[in-house]
Design a protein around this ligand. Sequence first.
Ligand code: AHR
Length: 320
Amino acid sequence: MGKSFLLGMMSLLVLCGCSPSGADRQADRITVGFSQVGAESEWRTANTASVRAALEAPGFNLKFSDAQQKQENQIKALRSFIAQRVDVIAFSPVVESGWETVLREAKAARIPVVLTDRAVKVSDDSLYATFIGSDFVEEGRKAARWLLQDSEGKPGPMRVVELQGTVGSAPAIDRMKGFHEIIDADPRFRIVRSQSGDFTRAKGKEVMEAFLKAEDGKIDVLFAHNDDMAIGAIQAIEEAGLKPGQDIRIVSIDGVRGAFEAMKAGKLNATVECNPLFGPRLAELVRDVHAGKPVPKRVVVEEGVFVASQAAAELPKRKY
Ligand code: AHR
């Protein structure tokens, strides 16, 4: 075989975009390995649907993996994506820490990583290309600001309980931080109990039952880190013979349809929006990162706050 024949074949391979990593690249699709946290909440279901719709569109080849709320599953999924030599890895980290090693492995394999929804704590931020998601600290502050506004003219003391998200997760850490930043400065409020309900309805109900028992029902306010836990807690409050939304004022985070229904029924007082529908923007970022184009290191999702009086009008417009 002559040297010029070999050179000719090589340039042909370059021109047709063929690469040793297989059929996906030949078809000119971006292969994305996406590791999702799990299916713990209404928010997560909406987020999965949004990401799937955007990354199952033409131009992409999605490899989807559900971590069932376990970091070890997520690390396994990431390693499998690296072994399969996907073009881009995207994932929503269950917890904040413990990612350094696997992210270094992705970097060594030259696979760019896009963080979605939740942040990681790493010493080197070149381990990921960009992070798209909400400002969780601000969400905690918004919940606290609503409580201050709703408590205008109320003398206190007000006994507050807090249903936290998954231990070690960015939304649990940040929402707590934002909420406390504002509430702790007002002497009328006392946070009497704080415990994780793991972002699920079942756990939210279980922990709220324990709170009610321990506090002998003397709770004025519930701050839940997500709507699902608030909805679970509402059941516990009703079963204890109290009126959610009246005897115990409730503010939670996400803005899912279930929360709007609860607000419409007068059982939830306010919800801070956390928008899960960022699939289309994620797809753009993946495309740019894959093309080597510059992308912002942080893309923040815009969101609002809704109170019970808006629920009936807003409910038909909700997209998740
Ligand atoms: O990371 C986002 C949070 O995770 C949402 O608030 C919650 O509902 C979900 O489980």
